[in-house]
Design a protein around this ligand. Structure first.
Ligand code: CA2
Length: 146
C-alpha cells in the first residue's frame, strides 16, 4: 500500500510559533511518526509539503496513478482554493482531510473548508495524532474497497 500525505503553506514552520494551537512538534517529527506508524502497517508514505498552491495541485494530479490513498492538510488553502478542490475531485482514490487545530473553534473564516466535499472524511482538532488516525482510516477504506 502506498499513500501520499500532502501539507500546505507554512506547515514547514510548525513547532516554531503558536504552540497552544498547533503543539510543539515540528513537521519533520510528524513525518517521522507517520512513517514509523505506516511501516508497522506495511504502508509506504510519500510525505510532501509546499507553500505553493500549483505545486500542491500538481502533486494531487500525479497521485492518480501512483498512490492508493491521499491525506491532505491544505492549511490556509483549505479555506480558499477551488483549484485544490477541483484537483481532489479529479483523483478517484480514498482521500482524508486533516487539520491539527479544531477549525470550528477558531475564527469564522476557518469554519468553511472548500475541499471537504471532495474527501471521504475529515479529522480536525486532535493535534498531530490526527495524521496517525488518518493513516489508520485510509488503510481501512482502501482494504474495504478491494
Ligand atoms: O489546523 C490546521 O492544521 C490548519 O490547517 C493549519 C493552517 C490554518 O491556516 C488552517 O486554518 C488550519 C495554518 C498552518 C500554519 O502553520 C504554522 C506554522 C508555524 C507556527 C504555527 C503555525
Amino acid at each position: 500500500m502506498n499513500i501520499v500525505i500532502i501539507n500546505g503553506p507554512n506547515l514547514n514552520l510548525l513547532g516554531e510559533r503558536e504552540p497552544k494551537i498547533y503543539g510543539k512538534e515540528t513537521l519533520k517529527s510528524i513525518e517521522k511518526k507517520c512513517k514509523e506508524h505506516a511501516k508497522k502497517n506495511k504502508i509506504k508514505v510519500d510525505f510532501f509539503q509546499s507553500n505553493i498552491e500549483g505545486e500542491i495541485v500538481t502533486k494531487i494530479q500525479k497521485s492518480r496513478d501512483k498512490f492508493d490513498g491521499l491525506i491532505i492538510n491544505a492549511a490556509a488553502f483549505t479555506h480558499t482554493s477551488v483549484a485544490i478542490l477541483d484537483a481532489l475531485n479529479l483523483v478517484k482514490i480514498p482521500k482524508i482531510e486533516v487539520h491539527i487545530s479544531n477549525i470550528f473553534h477558531r475564527e469564522e473564516f476557518r469554519h468553511k473548508s472548500l475541499i471537504s466535499s471532495a474527501v471521504n472524511g475529515l479529522i480536525c482538532g486532535l493535534g498531530s495524532q490526527g495524521y496517525i488516525l488518518a493513516i489508520d482510516a485510509i488503510k481501512k477504506i482502501i482494504k474495504d474497497n478491494k
